[in-house]
Write a protein that binds this ligand. Structure first.
Ligand code: ADP
Length: 151
């Protein structure tokens, strides 16, 4: 069974994440979208909201599971028996950042990081831009799946 985890904050999930997750389904038997819990970070959406947004967006896709975890991503991979970490790449800055994390993870555990290049149409989208648009009452709906709703 080829199982990957796609770790991130997903605050909130964007069409960029959606694209990467959708395309990963043809590569793996199961993809766990895993929300990392960082006690030091302030989030716009609660953990429950972030999980629900992702679950609702992938209701139709049985290969995709949504969970949360504390601690190191490689430890969580061992816990759920995942041999792969999935990450998305948008630009050279992502590459440099992701390279350091992937090398560190490889030092820590025999886990392969698999990178998918973002679709051109979603390459400019980030959760932080979406949060800025929301804070300033802009139309965020073109940047996120329909499941992302404000209270
Ligand atoms: P983090 O808090 O770890 O940055 P994110 O939820 O923002 O988590 O991102 C998780 C993963 O999704 C990362 O691999 C990131 O590069 C990727 N990603 C974010 N936005 C996009 C996008 N627009 N297109 C493709 N990948 C993306």
């Amino acid at each position: 069974m080829k199982r990957a985890i796609f770790p991130g904050s997903f605050d909130p999930i964007t069409l960029g994440h959606y694209d990467i997750i959708s395309r990963s389904v043809s590569l793996f038997d199961e993809v766990i979208v895993a929300i990392g819990i960082n006690a030091e970070k302030k989030y716009m959406f609660s953990l429950e909201e972030r999980m629900t947004f992702i679950e609702d967006a992938f209701k139709h896709e049985p290969k995709i599971k949504v969970t949360s975890y504390n601690g190191l991503t490689v430890d969580y991979c061992k816990e759920v028996n995942a041999e792969f970490i999935l990450r998305g790449l948008r630009n050279p800055a992502d590459f440099e950042f992701e390279k350091a994390i992937a090398h560190t993870n490889r030092d820590l555990a025999p886990i392969e990081t698999v990178f998918l290049l973002t679709a051109a149409s979603t390459s400019y989208i980030s959760s932080s831009i979406v949060r800025d648009v929301i804070r300033n009452n802009g139309d965020y709906t073109k940047l996120v799946p329909n499941s992302v709703k404000l209270k």
